[in-house]
Design a binder for this molecule. Structure first.
Ligand SMILES: *[C@@H]1O[C@H](CO)[C@@H](O)[C@H](O)[C@H]1NC(C)=O
Ligand SMILES: *[C@@H]1O[C@H](CO)[C@@H](O)[C@H](O)[C@H]1NC(C)=O
Ligand SMILES: *[C@@H]1O[C@H](CO)[C@@H](O)[C@H](O)[C@H]1NC(C)=O
Length: 353
């Protein structure tokens, strides 16, 4: 004979697996996707940034307009090693103090020598990043969110890496982005919808089919049909409006955060941003990047790495040139020891204009 408390416990015990089995059907579909502690603090950061964005709308900034503040460029450094070109960037930023902010996301598992000067204290709360995983997307979203919260005057967000170098002076870039005609933030904010993001968005890449299927057949559906899947350089300059689109997104992130089954075709950060922005606001994007990269003779997904003997004024002029009416702002990748010859031509060539 079973005593009834024992019977109750026993039937409860039996029903446990049933609960696990049915829970995904009873609970809202994204319940299980956002239970990872690692993502909870990101979500809270993105939430804060969304609120900060709302409170920094052109209207609420009108009190600032009385002191006539100028819009700023937020430089987002994504790195997993030393910022070897810090002295070159230091020269780039020199004398432009109120017009920029710097934010650095650096893999905390890597020991690096913190650069001083303008980079001092500019490290944001970071997490481990590695290739062929969505961790690089998360790092960029953290940079965007932190920059939105930190300063309402950040109106453009330029993502660069430790291998990137500037190809022009700060003034050249600033005037190009803000079109030479701006005198104050209020005039920028009221026309911001006319300003566009510089992000490459391509739909005709030969690797697209493989890259789309990297997480398994039909895994990206229904949120991302193949016809909407895009590719582009990881390095972009986004408007504040688009930075918000990126940190608010959950729909596409739910798919892009899934691990790849085929690691050889796994470059989530080259797809997430172009796909999202092409779906949300293609017209608001120039569809080209301002960061030059040389894919000739690339190896294992790495582009050509420029070394000291290649550095010259001619190389800088060549790297600036595009097939269109714009000029490239940044170039990658450069080996750390390229710093010395680059510093030699910094004043006369790179920052001349
Ligand atoms: C950074 O540079 C220091 C020397 O300045 C070196 O000891 C360290 O190994 C470097 N870190 C990496 C990740 O390359
Ligand atoms: C691109 O890299 C190749 C070597 O892989 C080199 O021969 C070529 O000169 C580079 N192009 C430019 C514009 O630097
Ligand atoms: C310009 O177009 C030519 C021909 O399509 C191509 O070979 C070259 O790489 C392009 N240059 C740049 C800077 O995109």
């Amino acid at each position: 004979m079973f005593s009834s408390p024992l019977l109750i416990s026993f039937s409860l015990f039996l029903s446990l697996p049933l609960l696990f089995f049915f829970a995904p059907q009873i609970l809202p579909p994204n319940y299980f996707h956002f239970r990872f502690p690692d993502e909870l603090d990101d979500l809270s950061l993105f939430h804060k940034a969304t609120l900060a964005y709302t409170h920094s709308s052109p209207k609420s900034l009108s009190h600032l307009a009385t002191i006539n503040p100028k819009p700023k460029i937020a430089f987002l450094f994504l790195t997993n090693s030393n910022l070897s070109f810090a002295p070159l960037w230091e020269k780039f930023f020199q004398g432009n103090q109120p017009l920029f902010n710097i934010y650095i996301h650096s893999d905390p598992t890597v020991k690096l020598t913190p650069p001083g000067g303008v980079f001092h204290g500019r490290f944001i709360e970071s997490k481990k990043t590695h290739r062929a995983s969505p961790t690089l997307i998360s790092a960029v979203r953290r940079l965007l969110a932190t920059a939105i919260i930190h300063d309402p005057l950040n109106q453009y967000f330029a993502l660069v890496s430790q291998h990137c170098i500037p190809l022009h002076s700060f003034n050249f870039m600033y005037n190009y982005l803000f079109k030479n005609q701006l005198t104050s933030l209020s005039s920028f904010s009221s026309t911001q919808s006319e300003y566009r993001s510089f992000i490459e968005i391509l739909s005709d890449d030969p690797n697209l089919v493989e890259r789309y299927g990297a997480r398994g057949d039909n895994v990206m559906l229904p949120e991302v049909p193949f016809e909407e899947f895009r590719v582009g350089s990881q390095f972009f300059i986004l408007t504040r409006r688009h930075a918000l689109v990126v940190i608010r997104d959950r729909k596409l992130w739910r798919k892009f955060r899934l691990p790849c089954l085929n690691v050889d075709s796994c470059y989530p950060e080259e797809h997430y941003f172009p796909t999202l922005l092409s779906m949300e606001d293609l017209k608001g994007c120039t569809q080209f990047t301002l960061t030059r990269v040389n894919w000739t003779g690339s190896f294992d997904g790495h582009p050509h790495l420029y070394t000291p003997p290649e550095v010259s004024a001619e190389l800088v002029y060549q790297l600036r040139q595009s097939n269109s009416s714009y000029s490239y702002f940044f170039a990658r990748k450069f080996s750390p020891d390229s710093l010395i010859p680059l510093m030699d031509i910094a004043d006369d060539v790179i920052f001349r204009y």
